[in-house]
Design a protein around this ligand. Structure first.
Ligand SMILES: [Cu+2]
Length: 183
């Protein structure tokens, strides 16, 4: 009798915890954020009217693998990048820029719903031989990922890293750092 009561109490506690978890994970929480506007954990949609640096990204497949070329891109915090994507392959591919965690979660959703199509500032889907571009403003330093989330493609190698180096420190900070180094 006592045990049963305890079990029920635990069960309702579990429900409470679960719903609290859900409440905390409201819109904008990490996960499947489509970032229609504003800041994300990996930057923000770029402004095509402002200056940007062009980085070409080729998508291709063959020899049992799928890949982005290049698969590593270095960016300076604050830089705006225009990704010019070209699908040189025979299959459709995607370019999805996000945090590693978000891409992983998103890939799981794609596995359940492979026909999901993307056209967002940080997500593009390209037909074979097609090209497109996307402008992204890297406001945060860190390492982020671009990947093709079509089921099986990331596993076949279709992923890359974007390294966003911290913005240069001002002269005062640089001087302080060199002073500490000498000590
Ligand atoms: Cu792909």
């Amino acid at each position: 009798m006592k045990l049963r009561g305890m079990g029920a109490a635990l069960a309702s506690l579990a429900v409470l915890v679960a719903s609290a978890g859900l409440a905390a994970a409201g819109p904008g929480a990490a996960g499947h954020s489509h970032s229609h506007d504003g800041e994300t954990d990996f930057g923000r949609p770029g402004d095509p009217k402002k200056k940007s640096r062009t980085v070409e990204v080729i998508m291709r497949e063959g020899d049992g693998k799928m890949e982005f070329v290049p698969s590593r891109i270095e960016v300076r915090q604050g830089e705006q990048i225009r990704f010019v994507m070209k699908n040189h392959g025979e299959l459709e591919h995607e370019f999805v820029l996000a945090t590693f965690e978000e891409n992983l979660k998103h890939a799981e959703e794609m596995a359940k719903n492979p026909e999901m199509e993307h056209d967002e500032p940080n997500m593009k889907r390209l037909k074979p031989k097609a090209g497109t571009s996307a402008v992204w403003h890297f406001t945060k330093a860190g390492e982020f990922q671009f990947a093709c989330l079509i089921p099986g493609h990331m596993e076949a190698g279709m992923k890359g890293v974007i390294v966003v180096k911290p913005a240069k420190a001002g002269p005062a900070v640089e001087a302080a750092i060199s002073k500490t180094k000498k000590q």
